[in-house]
Design a protein around this ligand. Structure first.
Ligand code: NAG
Ligand code: NAG
Ligand code: NAG
Ligand code: ZN
Ligand code: ZN
Ligand code: ZN
Length: 425
């Protein structure tokens, strides 16, 4: 796959401005803009032995490589396909992995060691390697970590690691890192992107990244993906500077700049509750049963008393409160904090962002749990209406994003919960 074989996206060059990846035709929300098979992948340490090192599929009957006993495969096919890139590491891996030099590295650099080692193998000499080498290096030079086997030009390659980083996820939970040169080459970042990556796992094949349109995209429009979670409202600019060497000027960043310094979140519980209520009504989600989920990008028209919520540690705190109370109760607290969090998501994420759909599903489950011990028929009907409303939002958004990674997951959970709700009548 090279830049010339692309169908829905092309690189628009400009004599003075930067290159942009733009759509070659109008694209509907949910369509796949690009499929890009991984050049190299590495499992997180806690996934080793649970997933195949070639195709990353989960399996309970993996077979260990008899050479190193470190890599595991579904079967002989996966092992054979992985061998060209594994060959050089296999023999030396155990002594390298137990060396002080390797042991002293932080976990993400250990992953980099493995990824960098892929560049040592002859199979690497393909289109994707050429594309990878053509990527822009990050703004700061770091010496490459040690590799298990010598890699030509490791310095120049490593300079392209930090800013060409993809975390592979299943059901939006991260489990591996990967290099996808074509996707790196094409898509710039936006905190309010019109596309996002999902990962397709097929037994026997290298993982494929699919870039999905989150909304309808016009012909010639630039296609952007998020390089990091836009919820990092304050730290994200710093990360752009340090890791990518640019300043983000998307509408969310411009909006955030226009509201100026963010006041502190009030300490007084009554005052805080009143402001949270104000936030939910401003976004239009206070009544979950009838809420119309519309994203509202941050702008200067955000009322000044609720600007205090634009602190990323508030979002983090709120999601902690929600996840704890949604599992252990009390459910009033869970529904309350979960609805406020939904309002925040609509403020910071773009339309159809998968995290909004995931959160709506969690809210549906919470409302379902809350409805269970209720004898009061009116309150119970109200709770069921909330479940239905959240489920329908979740189905729409996650259905558009499509299935990702392992089987089951949120789409299956939606179907199960929907059946339970339908039985209630
Ligand atoms: C991913 O990003 C982190 C943080 O910037 C960096 O340390 C690491 O080298 C990157 N890894 C890859 C595979 O790009
Ligand atoms: C990506 O977009 C940012 C603005 O958001 C811009 O500053 C940067 O130059 C762009 N990067 C490339 C490689 O085009
Ligand atoms: C709902 O109840 C189930 C079973 O009691 C529990 O496992 C789960 O954590 C609860 N909360 C959510 C959000 O699913
Ligand atoms: Zn496999
Ligand atoms: Zn081996
Ligand atoms: Zn931005």
């Amino acid at each position: 796959m090279s830049l010339d074989d692309l169908k829905y996206v092309k690189v628009k060059t400009h004599p003075t401005a930067r290159n942009q990846a733009v759509s070659t035709q109008p694209l509907l929300a949910g369509s796949i803009v690009l499929s890009n098979q991984a050049f190299a992948t590495v499992l997180f340490e806690n996934q080793k032995g649970r997933r195949c090192d070639h195709c990353l599929v989960l399996s309970e009957t993996l077979r260990k490589c008899s050479g190193c006993a470190s890599c595991c495969y579904c079967d002989a096919n996966c092992q054979t396909r992985h061998w060209p890139s594994h060959k050089k590491l296999c023999k030396r891996w155990n002594s390298f992995a137990s060396s002080n030099e390797f042991q002293a590295l932080p976990p993400h650099e250990r992953l980099d060691c493995v990824l960098l080692s892929y560049f040592a193998s002859p199979l690497s000499a393909n289109d994707q390697l050429a594309i990878f080498k053509s990527l822009l290096p990050g703004p700061t030079h770091h010496s490459p970590p040690p590799t298990c086997t010598p890699v030509d030009g490791a310095d120049g390659l490593y300079d392209r690691f930090g800013n060409n980083n993809f975390t592979i996820h299943s059901h939006l939970n991260s489990f591996a890192h990967g290099i996808f040169p074509l996707a790196s080459r094409l898509f710039n970042h936006s905190c309010t992107p019109n596309a996002a990556a999902r990962y397709k796992l097929v037994r026997g094949q290298a993982v494929t990244m699919e870039v999905v349109a989150l909304r309808d995209i016009a012909e010639g429009e630039e296609i952007c993906i998020p390089y990091l979670d836009p919820a990092l409202l304050q730290t994200r600019q710093q990360i752009f500077q340090l890791t990518y060497g640019f300043q983000c000027t998307c509408i969310s960043c411009e909006g955030l700049k226009s509201v100026g310094p963010i006041p502190d979140v009030p300490q007084d519980p009554a005052r805080l509750a009143a402001l949270e209520y104000r936030l939910r009504t401003f976004i239009g989600v206070d009544d979950l049963e009838h809420c119309v989920l519309r994203t509202k990008p941050i702008t200067q028209s955000l009322p000044s008393e609720i600007r205090c919520f634009l602190k990323e540690d508030y979002i983090e705190h709120l999601s902690g409160v929600f996840s704890q109370s949604s599992h252990d109760g009390p459910y009033d607290r869970a529904l309350d904090s979960g609805t406020t969090l939904l309002a925040m998501y609509l403020l910071i994420y773009p339309e159809n962002y998968p995290q909004i759909g995931m959160h709506a599903l969690e809210l549906a489950k919470t409302a379902w749990n809350a409805s269970m011990p209720m004898n009061d028929i009116v309150r119970r009907q109200h709770a069921m209406a909330q479940v239905r409303a959240c489920l329908s939002v979740s189905r729409r958004i996650l259905g558009l994003y499509g299935p990702e990674g392992d089987g089951g997951g949120p789409l299956a959970e939606i179907t199960t919960l929907q059946q339970l709700v339908d039985q209630e009548g």
